[in-house]
Design a protein around this ligand. Sequence first.
Ligand code: PRT
Ligand code: ZN
Length: 213
Amino acid sequence: MNTMLRIAVQKSGRLQEKSIKLLSECGLNFSNGTNRLKAVSYNFPAEILFLRDDDIPQYVEDQVADIGIVGENVYAEKGKAVDLVQRLNFAKCRLSIAVPKGTHYSGLADLAGKRIATTYPNIVRKFLSEKGISSDIHEISGSVEIAPGIGLAEAICDIVSTGSTLLSNGLKEVETVMKSEAVMIANPNLDDERQKILDQLIFRIKSVNTARN
Ligand code: PRT
Ligand code: ZN
């Protein structure tokens, strides 16, 4: 059996298409079935595993996959024992705190003791504690932007791209917690053969990104 690098890619969603596109620009050809669990490249020693983005850091830590492509926000939130090996220059966004438009806001101190709804409790907790602010963080799994409107929280922390979701929910962005883009993560204990394949792939990604800019 020849060694193959197992690459975890989002099964469907905002990262899926561009992740596949990047790999194919790197010259990896493989059966491109998004409904399948995996696809094997026939001209590069790699196979792609299609997974939910939230699960990818754990699978990479557990060596079910060797590397993966996720949003930096997911990498940071999960805090798994994986390395960020390459920034990928797509899916750019930011994780921001927002409050209802009519709320007076003069700085982070205003968030002390307030309820903040988010899908990213670990990132938010760390951000606020580094600033010496103690808030009440409510983890919710979706539709974070409606939380203030239904009386669940005074503020939210969510992914922002154009800002139109905040606007249409009557919210204003008041703090940027982190900037994010798609990143490649890797298990820190790859064997020599897999490490060599990864080095080759990263070399190609860098060439693709240089050609683009
Ligand atoms: O099903 P699965 O769990 O795999 O996917 P998912 O639904 O968790 O993730 P998905 O596909 O929505 O996003 C994957 C990654 O794309 C995120 O982790 C981010 O790193 C990145 N990304 C880039 C975004 C956005 N832009 C984005 N705009 N992720 C989410 N959004 C959402 C945001 O949550 C909010 O609801 O879009 C809305 C805000 O967009 P604007 O343009 O209105 O500001
Ligand atoms: Zn997800």
